[in-house]
Write a protein that binds this ligand. Structure first.
Ligand SMILES: Cc1cc2nc3c(=O)[nH]c(=O)nc-3n(C[C@H](O)[C@H](O)[C@H](O)COP(=O)(O)OP(=O)(O)OC[C@H]3O[C@@H](n4cnc5c(N)ncnc54)[C@H](O)[C@@H]3O)c2cc1C
Length: 422
């Protein structure tokens, strides 16, 4: 911002998370002068990485699924140095640990899947049918399905309770950040599709490389960091560092701040309920695992998921050390993230002594995801009125894919209103 802390641009965007960046990228690509005002000290929003003693700590464990259709529109995936996790998970069934690997990626895993001591032949067939119903040439039919809670969809599909409780629930708890499985089946079906066709990865230097890569395609000076927006008015955005005037304003803040900023203008929808998670990072001197497999535990465990992440992504730890990332979905009672109970559980899951693991950091994220209770519209309006738009995962789905799509949709609406659509 120049002069008396006031400037005029074509479009002002509030927030440099994935949605704001994707929106700005499309708009700048059409030659518009865009200013992105970001309260934080870097781009990325909920996708940030801290470097601590040579370890890369994502602010909450998350993965980049290469199947997301929107990713390739905004970023060159090859430039991110992606590191893939093993294509599957380890679950605990009847006290035994079992690897459940994606047979599309690892055909040799099919035999062990058939031998899993859950579901019986019928149950396995019901699960296979369900998964097949999420594939097909395009994701569009999934968006049009009548929506019910995921748990209900699985019950109607005849998937037996032991498969749900032993496999689907532990897996989706870490995706939806809820144990009740009341989230939209449209979204869980879409994610089933993504986990079959895509790989779960992280950029070799941390998740923040994703928003940085999108931002690097913007003209210099587009993003203004350390600029917290206090008010949004028609044609104007007032930040603590000054005012930006623009005929089009896109609010791409997190869902809860977006609600607060939009409420005075009327028409703001109720803010979504948040789903929270706590991620704790430990450093180990060594680890028995050969690779990076996500380990899941049952709903009654304090640990939702844990992984020796640097086994898959060596850049996450300095040489000779191992970084372990453990997530705990917020529920009724949250355990001490580095307490005895959690360490005992980690010892059992990782099959090693954890008493000497060094605690590196804990990220407590009560507002990690906006809830998506069924029925969840996969596309919420992004045009709120004359010159006012909203983007963010809460307009689509609570995911990287959803945030990116919402940004593009908001940009497309701006372009259409400005008569710039080709
Ligand atoms: C722990 C965790 C795990 C996740 N795991 C996955 C996963 O595995 N896979 C997946 O697909 N998705 C995952 N997600 C979800 C995904 O990260 C989010 O859906 C996505 O990043 C949201 O992007 P956004 O741009 O909509 O919002 P945000 O990232 O919240 O961006 C909003 C931006 O607006 C800024 N802002 C807020 N208020 C103001 C203001 N007043 N003025 C200026 N700027 C402001 C914020 O600083 C922020 O940069 C996870 C999220 C978390 C937190």
């Amino acid at each position: 911002m120049t002069g008396p802390h006031e400037e005029s641009v074509d479009v002002a965007v509030v927030g440099a998370g994935l949605a704001g960046l994707a929106c700005a990228r499309t708009l700048a690509g059409h030659g518009l002068d865009v200013r992105v005002l970001e309260a934080g000290d870097a781009v990325g929003g909920r996708v940030r990485t801290d470097v601590v003693d040579g370890f890369r700590l994502d602010r909450g464990f998350q993965v980049l699924n290469t199947g997301y259709p929107e990713l390739r529109r905004v970023v060159d995936l090859d430039a991110l140095g992606l590191r893939a996790f093993d294509p599957g998970v380890a679950v605990r069934i009847d006290g035994e640990r079992a690897a459940v690997l994606n047979p599309v990626r690892r055909p040799t895993a099919l035999a062990s899947l058939l031998r899993l001591p859950v579901g019986g032949a019928r149950g396995k067939l019901a699960l296979a049918r369900y998964v097949a119903g999420c594939l097909g040439p395009s994701a569009a039919p999934i968006r049009r399905r009548p929506d019910v809670p995921a748990a209900e969809a699985w019950r109607v599909a005849g998937i037996p309770p032991d498969v749900v409780n032993g496999l689907l629930r532990p897996f989706f708890a870490g995706v939806l950040l809820e144990q009740g499985m009341s989230s939209s089946r449209r979204f869980t079906d879409f994610m089933v599709r993504m986990f079959v066709v895509g790989l779960s990865t992280v950029p070799g230097e941390g998740m923040q490389r994703l928003p940085e890569a999108i931002a690097s395609g913007l003209p210099e000076g587009t993003v203004r960091l350390g600029a917290r927006v206090q008010r949004v008015l028609p044609g104007r955005v007032v930040a603590d560092v000054g005012t930006v005037r623009a005929p089009a304003v896109v609010v791409a803040a997190d869902p809860w701040t977006a609600h607060d900023l939009l409420e005075p203008l009327g028409g703001a929808e109720p803010a979504p309920a948040p789903h929270g998670v706590t991620t704790v990072y430990h450093a180990a001197e060594d680890h028995p695992g050969a690779s990076g497999l996500l380990l899941l535990d049952s709903a009654s465990s304090p640990v939702t998921s844990t992984i020796a992440i640097s086994k898959a992504a060596p850049g996450y730890a300095p040489p000779g050390r191992v970084l372990v990332s453990t997530s705990m979905v917020h529920g009724a009672v949250l355990p001490d993230p580095d307490g005895d109970e959690v360490r005992r559980t980690l010892a059992r899951l990782h099959g090693t002594d954890t008493s000497r693991w060094e605690h590196l950091a804990t990220y407590d994220l009560p507002r990690a995801l906006p809830a998506m209770p069924a029925p969840h519209p996969m596309r919420r309006p992004v045009r709120l009125g004359e010159g006012l738009y909203v983007a963010g995962d809460h307009r689509d789905t609570s995911s990287i894919q959803g945030a990116l799509v919402s940004g593009r949709r908001a940009a497309t609406a701006v372009l259409a209103d400005l008569g710039l659509t080709t």
